[in-house]
Each structure stands twice: as structure tokens, then as C-alpha cells.
Write a protein that binds this ligand. Structure first.
Ligand SMILES: NC(=O)c1ccc[n+]([C@@H]2O[C@H](COP(=O)([O-])OP(=O)(O)OC[C@H]3O[C@@H](n4cnc5c(N)ncnc54)[C@H](O)[C@@H]3O)[C@@H](O)[C@H]2O)c1
Length: 251
């Protein structure tokens, strides 16, 4: 049912857990993938695996100008992008015991990567999609944290992800007539390197026990939802946020 043949999809943070699973899933469904990350070595390994269907783009998303340049380069590769998946994210701790300068420094970095960079790419996508005959699809990675809130050291992350949800809804409401649809996906705990500290200090079982399924999500569980949204089959669900949290937080 999901056929992405001929579709060009930009995936940010493609070297990460969800990013890699998503890239593989999209290519298996026929897409050409433009893979972005700041970790070029890991990206190149993935490109070697995926072959001609993949191209790589490097940028540090904490730099808005570099983010815009990455979009420009990715768009130039095929002259169009059909789907933008804003997947890259960062999860640095900001304990209250830190100095104010250090604490706000983490906020600045987190908001730059988790909210402003996706906004820069959404802006570029809306401008480009409005000129394309078939428009385009935006899929933004939010988080359960946007709705439930997050652990004590991660106010910034919850705030950034709530911003992602509000931004996605705004784009869906304002640019649908120009051929742009926009969706958010809100995972709970997913077994990826992002959760390395939690895994080592608290343990995966604690996260699994919070779900209705008794198990945490794997990257593929999120990738399946991203591929479905990228297919265009969910056009009239534009503006929605799909939870992928195993009923650990039902809203
Ligand atoms: N893993 C989870 O439990 C979980 C839960 C909810 C939401 N999410 C979201 O899903 C998305 C993917 O997360 P993941 O679990 O695959 O994490 P991950 O750490 O495995 O991958 C994230 C990727 O983003 C890249 N990245 C980080 N900072 C960057 C920067 N400054 N510039 C460019 N690239 C940068 C990293 O290099 C990495 O490859 C993120 O937006 C994350 O917030 C994850």
C-alpha cells in the first residue's frame, strides 16, 4: 500500500536510531532519500548500505545559516523535495544546580537544534512546496514530552517539542491550500542512542513498565508511522499529532 516510488524525501538526523530505520524503510518503499546529519562517518556507512537511492548532506543544526544551506543543497540535488522529515534532535541534561549561564546555555542549544532548525527547514519547505505541482509533506518529530512533560533536567526539551506541535498545526492550518500538509509524530521512549543515559542509569525495563504493551518502542515502530505519513495517504489528517508511545501516555 505504501509506495514511495519517485518520491524525494529529506530526513534530518538520519544517522541516529529513528533516522536510520526511517531511511531504510523509505528506500524499501521506493523513495530516493536525502540523508542529513552532523555525523558524516555514520551517514556514509548508511549511504553505502542504501546505494544509489541515498545522498548525504552534513550540517550542524545549531547553526541556522548552515541549516538553510543544507536545505538549498538538498533541494538542488533533484530540483525538488516531496517530503521533509524533521527528525534530528538532541537531549542534553540541564540540572537546576547548574549556574544560570550554563542552564540557559543548554536551553539555547536545545531550542536551536530541536525547534529553530526544524522551523528554518519548515519555512524553506513551505516556500518550495508552494511552487511544486504536487506540493509537499512535512513530518516533524515531537515527543510525548510535549504533552506529558519531561524529567526534571529536560524542561527545555519538553518546551521545544511543544513548540514543534504548535508550529506543525500552524503550518497545516495556513498552507494547505498551497499544497502543504504537515504532521507531528510524538514518540514515547524509543530504544535509541538518545536514551543512552536513561538506559544506563534507570534501565529500559522502567520505561517498558510504563507502557500498556509491556515493551518499549523500537526505531522501526516510529519509522513505519513516518513512512505512512510520507506516503500522502493521510492528507486529510493534516495538522494531527500521532502518538507512538505504547499507551504510556494516552491523551
Ligand atoms: N528516542 C526517544 O525516546 C525519542 C522520544 C521522543 C522523541 N524522539 C525524537 O525522535 C527524533 C530522533 O531521535 P532518536 O531517538 O533517533 O535520537 P538519536 O540520538 O539516535 O538520533 C538523533 C540524530 O540527530 C543528530 N543531531 C543531533 N544534534 C544535531 C545537530 N546539532 N546537527 C545535526 N544533527 C544533529 C544526531 O547526530 C543523531 O544522528 C528526535 O527528534 C527526538 O527528539 C525520540
Amino acid at each position: 500500500m505504501i509506495d514511495l516510488t519517485g518520491r524525494v524525501v529529506l530526513v534530518t538526523g538520519a544517522a541516529g536510531g529513528i533516522g536510520q530505520a526511517t531511511a531504510r524503510t523509505l528506500v524499501n518503499a521506493g523513495a530516493t532519500v536525502l540523508l542529513h546529519d552532523v555525523r558524516l562517518d555514520a551517514l556514509k556507512t548508511l549511504k553505502d548500505e542504501l546505494g544509489e537511492s541515498a545522498e548525504t548532506f552534513e550540517a550542524d543544526l545549531s547553526d541556522a545559516a548552515a541549516t538553510q544551506q543544507m536545505w538549498d543543497d538538498a533541494l538542488a540535488a533533484h530540483g525538488r523535495i516531496d517530503v521533509l522529515i524533521n527528525n534530528a534532535g538532541t537531549y542534553p541534561p540541564a540540572p537546576l544546580e547548574q549556574s544560570l549561564e550554563d542552564w540557559t546555555g543548554v536551553w539555547d542549544f536545545s531550542l536551536a537544534v530541536n525547534l529553530v532548525a526544524p522551523a528554518v527547514l519548515c519555512r524553506a519547505a513551505v516556500l518550495a512546496f508552494a511552487k511544486q505541482d504536487l506540493g509537499g509533506i512535512i513530518v516533524n518529530l515531537a515527543s510525548r514530552a510535549a504533552f506529558r512533560g519531561e524529567d526534571p533536567e529536560y524542561w527545555h526539551y519538553a518546551a521545544a517539542k511543544a513548540g514543534i506541535v504548535a508550529m506543525t498545526r500552524t503550518i497545516a492550518r495556513q498552507y494547505g491550500r498551497q499544497g502543504v500538509t504537515a504532521f507531528a509524530v510524538a514518540p514515547g521512549y524509543v530504544d535509541t542512542p538518545l536514551n543512552q543515559v536513561f538506559k544506563e542509569t534507570v534501565g529500559v525495563q522502567v520505561a517498558a513498565d510504563q507502557t500498556g504493551l509491556g515493551e518499549v518502542a523500537q526505531p522501526q515502530d516510529v519509522a513505519n508511522v513516518l513512512a505512512f505519513l510520507a506516503s500522502g495517504l493521510a492528507k486529510h489528517a493534516t495538522g494531527t499529532t500521532i502518538d507512538v508511545n505504547g499507551a504510556s501516555y494516552v491523551r
